[in-house]
Design a protein around this ligand. Structure first.
Ligand code: ADP
Ligand code: MG
Length: 585
């Protein structure tokens, strides 16, 4: 006899759904806060006990649920949010009608609600799927949802819970993300009696400042870009400000906070060659996408999306961040000298009107050979040149250890510049500009050079010979394991051809897919730049130091070298005062 097919009871269906929709306390918190936002709340309070495992309270001042509909609200697939069931234009955060019944199946859920105009509040409780009576209760206009003993009715799920601290982290982050998505709504989050944040209704920059930290936010720059009907706004940090985790990244799509791998990857690619590996960019980004270009119905928790034009979104993010990173050096983008002291970046107002000078010829042509004839140290001044202190990176006053340039800006800030890192970035940016204008100057060699490589490396390079020739590097096969070099990029001023080719082969070996062509180029440019830059240990004249600083000011992304390390550090007068204890920390 084959087994009989029967319909599952609604209670079992709800428990199964609970496993999908509410996989941990953070998910319940998210659903309840989304309901409050959908209800048009202007103020939302979340109170967590033991990370939400013991109890979650979400209190809002939204539209409320009429007494007559309380019982319906906790039924599966009951929603007030889908007018026409087309599932195409979805403006609210919820729409499946699954959250409340799922929570009620796994825990004890109480709703106390009072729409404006209803004489008093009413209450309903559903525990482990068992629905109680609707009874009168005391309550303000709006809704209070209380979840107690999450997963007591689904012990299998309870076993997968992590420590209350880990659950609290996740739940707090869920509220943090929602609060970032809705700056116009006041939020208060209390976790185990600690007020985590309490923010009024405010504008987006103020909300980012409140939730990312004021100092971080003050270094972030606004962006605003559009591409084929998709608008990207928000704030992103310069390359000099990074984090060891992705914790300070927020993405909001059509008002919905999302954890979208595609957006994360786009952000990562945008910063790819300006921050060190293992570090993560800091950004709060908001996308407005036409509803028909989006499918939010993909994931039960609705945190993942499907973009109709994923490549377009990536170009938009990379383009906007790229332009932001291309802004010339200013005080606002100066790396902090001692991040652990959390110094405030100096005010940049006085530099707002500063126009970068055209790069001086002296800084253009640095090459090892040009320094060979240098006389012993001459780079010592006594007072900074007042004509130069007005520049963001100031007037050079000394070269330290033949490696660092010390300069002073008009506000008394001390700037320490790593001459090699700085010059490497300048060279890379120059090559990049030449490359994108299609004119990398190439220097033919009078006597072509034969470079011996491993057969694999030789093949790798020859496979890329077309790109290499666009970089000013002409190579030809020369028997197994060797290539003939006919010309080199002129900007590099006679580099060591063998070293250069070995380096490039290594680079191509690392990124050996045709799809990563762009990555090849950026990485290749960085490798090329490294081969030409002035070394630490070279003595510079005051004029050369100044020229280098002026060039940095007019060069995009000059605050970090191509390996993501800072090219300069800045100590403001206030920083010095703090460090010497002349002012409170
Ligand atoms: P969904 O949000 O997908 O509609 P839920 O199960 O989360 O499904 O909620 C069911 C319904 O209960 C909602 O459609 C809404 O009408 C009502 N509701 C839930 N929470 C609130 C709230 N905080 N304020 C007003 N109405 C609410
Ligand atoms: Mg909902």
């Amino acid at each position: 006899m084959p087994p009989t097919i029967r319909l599952l009871s609604p209670a079992t269906v709800n428990r199964i759904a609970a496993g999908e929709v509410i996989e941990r306390p953070a998910a319940a918190v998210k659903e309840l806060v989304e309901n409050a936002l959908d209800a048009g709340a202007t103020r939302i309070e979340v109170i967590l006990t033991a990370g939400g495992i013991e109890r979650i309270d979400v209190i809002d001042d939204g539209c409320g649920i009429p007494e007559s509909q309380l019982a319906l609200a906790i039924e599966r697939h009951a929603t007030s949010k889908l007018a026409d069931e087309a599932l195409v234009r979805i403006a609210t955060l919820g729409f499946r009608g699954e959250a409340l019944p799922s929570i009620g199946a796994a825990a004890k859920l109480t709703l106390i609600s009072r729409p404006a105009g209803q004489e008093s509040a009413a209450r309903i409780t559903v525990a482990g799927g068992a629905v109680g009576e609707v009874t009168p209760a005391a309550g303000q206009t709006g809704t209070r949802a209380i979840v107690e003993d999450l997963f007591y009715a689904t012990p299998a799920r309870k076993k997968f819970l992590r420590t209350p601290r880990a659950e609290a982290d996740a739940a707090e982050r869920a509220v943090w993300r929602l609060a970032l998505s809705a700056p116009h709504v006041a939020f208060r989050l209390v976790s185990d009696e600690r007020v985590m944040f309490d923010v009024p209704a405010q504008g987006e920059p103020a909300r980012v400042a409140a939730l990312f930290g004021r100092e971080t936010a003050s270094a972030m720059l606004p962006l605003d870009a559009e591409r084929e009907g998709v608008r990207l706004t928000g704030l992103a940090a310069p390359a000099s400000l990074t984090r060891a985790t992705m914790a300070l990244q927020s993405f909001v799509v059509n008002g919905r906070p999302v954890l979208d791998p595609h957006l994360r990857m786009s952000l990562r690619l945008a910063y790819r060659d300006v921050i060190a590996s293992g570090r993560h960019p800091v950004a709060a980004l908001r996308l407005e996408v036409p509803e028909e270009a989006l499918d939010v119905n993909v994931h039960p928790a609705k945190t993942e999306l499907r973009f109709a034009d994923a490549n377009g979104i990536r170009s938009l993010v990379m383009g906007a961040i790229g332009r932001l990173l291309d802004r010339p050096v200013s005080l606002a983008t100066a790396p902090q000298a001692f991040p652990s002291l959390s110094l405030r970046p100096p005010a940049s107002a006085s530099y707002a009107a500063y126009a970068p000078p055209t790069p001086s010829p002296a800084a253009r042509g640095f090459a090892e050979s040009e320094f060979a004839a240098f006389a012993p140290p001459t780079a010592r001044q006594i007072t900074p040149d007042p004509a130069l202190t007005a520049h963001p990176l100031g007037a050079p006053v000394a070269q330290i250890l033949d490696t660092y340039i010390l300069s002073v800006a008009s506000d008394g800030a001390l700037v320490i510049t790593d001459q090699h890192a700085a010059h490497e970035r300048l060279t890379e940016e120059r090559l990049r500009a030449e490359f994108s204008s299609g004119r990398v100057a190439s220097q033919p060699l009078l006597v072509p050079v034969v470079v011996d490589l491993s057969p694999a490396d030789a093949m790798r390079l020859l496979a890329q010979s077309e790109i290499l020739s666009r970089l000013g590097l002409e190579i030809e096969p020369f028997g197994p394991g060797a290539v003939l070099v006919r010309s080199l990029p002129a900007a590099l001023k006679n580099p060591d051809a063998a070293g250069l080719l070995h380096d490039l082969a290594e680079e191509f070996a690392e990124h050996d897919t045709p799809a990563a062509l762009e990555a090849h180029l950026d990485a290749a440019l960085a490798r090329l730049a490294c081969h030409r830059s002035i070394r630490a240990g070279r003595r510079l004249t005051p004029e050369e130091m100044s020229a280098l600083l002026r060039d940095m000011e007019s060069t995009p992304r000059a605050a970090t070298c191509s390996h993501g390390r800072p090219t300069f550090l800045k100590l403001s007068r206030a920083d010095l005062e703090k460090m010497f204890g002349r002012r409170g920390m």
